[in-house]
Design a protein around this ligand. Structure first.
Ligand SMILES: [Zn+2]
Length: 101
C-alpha cells in the first residue's frame, strides 16, 4: 500500500520541501502584521519555515521572509518572531508527536 500523498511546502530558509505538518507558517495578515500562525488557517499571505530555530535564524539573516511575504519585515519584527519561535518550538514538536497517524 502506498502512503497517501501529502501536499508539500518549501521552507523559505533552507528550501527543503516538507509536509505542512512539519513546517511553521508565518502569515502576513490583511492588516500587514507579521505573525506565527500555528493553526495554519489565518488569512493572508503565508510563508513556511521548518520548526527549527536554526532555520528561523537563517531566514532572518537572508531576509527570506521579506521575499516570501513580499513586504519588508523590520528587524524588530524578526526579533519578535524569533522570540515566539523559541517559545513555540517545544509546543510545536509536542504537537507533531501527538498527530502522528
Ligand atoms: Zn528550513
Amino acid at each position: 500500500m502506498r502512503p497517501r500523498k501529502v501536499p508539500l511546502r518549501k521552507c523559505v530558509a533552507c528550501q527543503e520541501m516538507m509536509s505542512k505538518k512539519e513546517l511553521i507558517r508565518v502569515v502576513r495578515t490583511p492588516n500587514d502584521e507579521v505573525l506565527i500562525d500555528l493553526s495554519g488557517k489565518k488569512s493572508g499571505r503565508g510563508a513556511y519555515l521548518c520548526g527549527k530555530v536554526t532555520c528561523f535564524k537563517l531566514a532572518k539573516k537572508s531576509r527570506a521572509l521579506d521575499r516570501a511575504l513580499k513586504q519588508p519585515v523590520g528587524e524588530e519584527i524578526y526579533d519578535q518572531l524569533e522570540q515566539d519561535f523559541i517559545k513555540l518550538e517545544d509546543e510545536f514538536i509536542a504537537n507533531k508527536e501527538l498527530t502522528i497517524e
